[in-house]
Ligand binder design. Sequence first.
Ligand code: SF4
Ligand code: SF4
Length: 147
Amino acid sequence: MRLGPERRFIMHTGSAVPGTILEEGTMETLYMIKCAVCNAHCCRHVAIHIDTPTTKAEHDTIRWYLLHENVYISIDHDNNWILEFKTPCREITSDFKCGDYRNRPAICRDYPSSEEYCEGETTDVAYTHLFKSVEDFEEYLEEKKRV
Ligand code: SF4
Ligand code: SF4
């Protein structure tokens, strides 16, 4: 199974507002303004891009993921399968800033790219399918059989 942090989908962590003013005209400056009115939405989950399950054993692994609380699976618009853990970053401060902004991981620094909207900026859903339970997933498999 190929595993990797997912950077394009809504699960990607992002840039909570920094404590200091940055240079004008940069993405960071732009996001200082946007992040200031957000509750660190993008810092509240971890997402990993997983291989598309095709075998019975892989389907069973998906079931195992979904048996856990606060674990979701989704399929994005490019047909990527995403494993998501709904769990907030420990660095979110009580006023929704990043507690270690200058030392934040690269995945936070790079989000969103200049071509992307961050998840707090759009109401578009980033997936075509969302499974929050084993039942959701089994329903999807049943539907696929019928098509
Ligand atoms: S979702 Fe967007 S606006 Fe909200 S903290 Fe993340 S980057 Fe900032
Ligand atoms: S390190 Fe900071 S920017 Fe990155 S997810 Fe945590 S709170 Fe957000």
